[in-house]
Unconditional design. Structure first.
Length: 127
């Protein structure tokens, strides 16, 4: 996997899966901007972050994940700036020895990102 975490305005590109020795599973979460927020049509979401803090917190989250959940590889990309509806805003890939670990860790990373990393969203409503 490329660098562990990316926060950028660049579109999400999903690279082919390449497993290392001992890895047998990859779980992937791809979050797409829905076209509706609070029952109103939106053209997309504008994401912002306090970049130095958000990047550090994501790196710390990966370090904590390794410490608390054992050896695994993880790649996280979260878009910043305007992301149009039906476009991906977050990608989490987790590679482990077994499938259950990959699923559990992918869910754990998503929950931790949503609840503790300073990334904010503002829906852009259709006029």
């Amino acid at each position: 996997m490329p660098p562990v975490v990316i926060l950028s305005e660049e579109p999400i590109q999903i690279a082919p899966t390449v497993f290392k020795a001992g890895e047998g599973a990859e779980a992937q979460f791809l979050g797409i901007v829905r076209g509706v927020e609070d029952d109103k049509a939106i053209s997309g979401i504008d994401y912002s972050a306090y970049l130095p803090m958000a990047e550090k917190m994501l790196q710390d989250l990966v370090t904590r994940g390794q410490r608390e959940h054992g050896s695994h590889r993880v790649f996280i990309q979260h878009r910043l700036g305007f992301v149009a509806s039906e476009q991906p805003s977050i990608l989490i890939q987790v590679r482990t020895k077994h499938s259950a670990e990959s699923f559990d860790l992918c869910r754990w990373y998503l929950k931790e990102i949503k609840t503790s990393v300073p990334i904010w969203k503002r829906a852009v409503f259709v006029e």
